[in-house]
Structure formats: structure tokens, C-alpha cells
Design a protein around this ligand. Structure first.
Ligand SMILES: Nc1ncnc2c1ncn2[C@@H]1O[C@H](COP(=O)(O)OP(=O)(O)OP(=O)(O)O)[C@@H](O)[C@H]1O
Length: 251
């Protein structure tokens, strides 16, 4: 680890720091479960910067998915503010959040959520047909190394290939941010690396700000920054001076 000291009190990295895409201010999230209140997030302050690749680490129940869902407009905070560029997501109504998700966010989850009766190309086309300046499904699938699997159905693809179709689907609309919740959670080591490689490539070549939740601390070495959560709070932020390529990761 490294140059965390180069980040000032607001989390910005010196004068040459890129623009903040997200600004999270004093965010809390409480779920009411009958008589019980669950504080999933408490006093979270965070920036995510243009084009960076961050990994979110933390034990089960520490609030990682809650934070990612709030960033992606799938959920709203109970208190505090979340800004995406100049848009205040914490004040947004459902229609605004829906438009934000549709235009700006690509989501990738542990399970690929592909439509079994559609080919890889058709699964991606579901998104490109409603996006304003998309890649073609073929271009998006070529970006994740599946140019030779365009007309395969999900059942004819491995788990890692299915996840790469999901990545192609997420990046095809050229989202500004890619939010990934345990994208390699269901995959073995070798296949997981191919999926991470596809994410790293999208981040590098398209400049898509990318946040990846994982339980696997071995993945942290490929990130620009590693954000650790514990009991609903950010417990540590580390900056990697040198990033390791996914093929060199060990876990
Ligand atoms: N919709 C919900 N209703 C009630 N409680 C919830 C809800 N979503 C999350 N929680 C609770 O909030 C806390 C944080 O959950 P969250 O899913 O964000 O953690 P996590 O770090 O992503 O965990 P995991 O690694 O197991 O996915 C947990 O105690 C969880 O039970």
C-alpha cells in the first residue's frame, strides 16, 4: 500500500485529481424490520473519480451491496446526500432514478440474469435497442472476447462466458459507471480472471468508472483504490501505486 497520504481530507488526490463522478456525504441507510432497525450504512463519506477502478471489500453484512445499490439508484439513502456529477440522487424521484440508471449505469451481478431463450447477441440487443448511442451487440461481445459466440444460447456457454455476455450487455450502452456486485462470486479462479480481465479492459478502453464488490481480497491488487467497509462504515481506503493485471492476480 501506498500513497493514501496524497489524498486530502475530502478524499481528493492532489491538484491533478480527476473529477468526482459520485460524491457521497454523510449517508446512512436504515432498514426497518418489524421492531428492529438495521443500520446498513452509517455516516458514509466517499468520492468515486472519473475513470477509476475501485474494489469494495468487507465482511458479509458490512453494507457493500447497500452502498452499491444507492450509487446505482436502485435504493435511496435514509439520510445524507448522494451526488452523481451535478445530480442529487438522494432527492430524486423514481422517474429520475430510472432515467439515471438507464442512461448512466451498467450493472453486473453474481448471477448473470440472461434470458435463456435468446442468443448472446439478442441478450445484448435488448439493451442496445433502447440506448441512445450504443455499441452494436457484435462490437460489445467482441470487446469481452466473445466475437465467436454471438449466436450461442446461454446454455451453450460456460459460466464465465455467460458473465462476459452480461458485461457486454452492461457496457453496450456506453454507461458512465459500471457497478458490479460479486461478479466472480460463482466462478472458479481461471474463469474469474477472464471476467475480471473483461472488466479491466472496459475500464481502460472506455474510461468507465468501475466499482466491484468482492469477498476476495486477492482481487484488490487490480484496483486503483480499495475501499473497506465494516459495520456499515468505511473503515479504510487504500491507494494502489501499481495495479496488477487480472492475469497476474493470485488468490
Ligand atoms: N432490503 C433489506 N431489508 C432489510 N435489511 C437489509 C436489506 N438489505 C440489506 N439489509 C441488511 O443491511 C445490512 C447490510 O447488508 P448488505 O447486503 O449491504 O451487506 P454486504 O456487505 O453487501 O453483505 P454480503 O457480502 O453478505 O452481500 C445487513 O445486516 C443486511 O441484513
Amino acid at each position: 500500500m501506498s500513497s493514501a497520504q496524497e489524498y486530502n481530507a475530502s478524499g481528493a488526490a492532489g491538484i491533478a485529481s480527476p473529477a468526482a463522478v459520485f460524491r457521497v456525504r454523510d449517508v446512512g441507510k436504515t432498514y426497518h424490520m418489524g421492531e428492529v432497525d438495521v443500520n446498513a450504512l452509517r455516516q458514509v463519506d466517499l468520492e468515486l473519480y472519473e475513470g477509476e477502478f475501485v474494489v469494495l471489500l468487507g465482511p458479509s453484512g458490512s453494507g457493500k451491496s447497500t452502498l452499491l445499490n444507492i450509487l446505482g439508484g436502485l435504493d435511496v439513502p435514509s439520510c445524507g446526500e448522494v451526488w452523481f456529477r451535478n445530480r442529487n440522487l438522494s432527492q430524486a424521484n423514481d422517474a429520475i432514478l430510472t432515467r439515471f440508471r438507464r442512461e448512466a449505469v451498467g450493472f453486473i451481478f453474481q448471477f448473470y440474469n440472461l434470458i435463456p431463450s435468446l442468443t448472446a447477441r439478442e441478450n445484448v440487443a435488448l439493451v442496445t435497442e433502447i440506448a441512445s448511442h450504443p455499441f452494436s451487440p457484435k462490437e460489445a461481445l467482441e470487446m469481452v472476447g466473445l466475437g465467436d459466440r454471438l449466436d450461442h444460447f446461454p446454455a451453450q456457454l460456460s459460466g464465465g462466458e455467460q458473465q462476459r455476455v452480461a458485461i457486454a450487455r452492461a457496457i453496450a450502452k456506453r454507461p458512465e459507471v459500471l457497478l458490479c456486485d460479486e461478479p466472480t462470486g460463482a466462478l472458479d479462479f481461471r474463469t474469474g480472471k477472464l471476467v475480471l480481465d473483461a472488466l479491466a479492459r472496459a475500464n481502460r478502453e472506455l474510461g468507465t468508472t468501475t466499482a466491484v464488490i468482492t469477498h476476495n481480497a486477492g482481487i484488490a491488487a487490480m484496483a486503483d483504490r480499495v475501499i473497506s467497509l465494516r459495520s456499515g462504515q468505511i473503515s479504510n481506503i487504500e491507494v494502489n501505486d501499481t495495479k496488477v493485471s487480472p492475469s497476474e492476480l493470485e488468490w
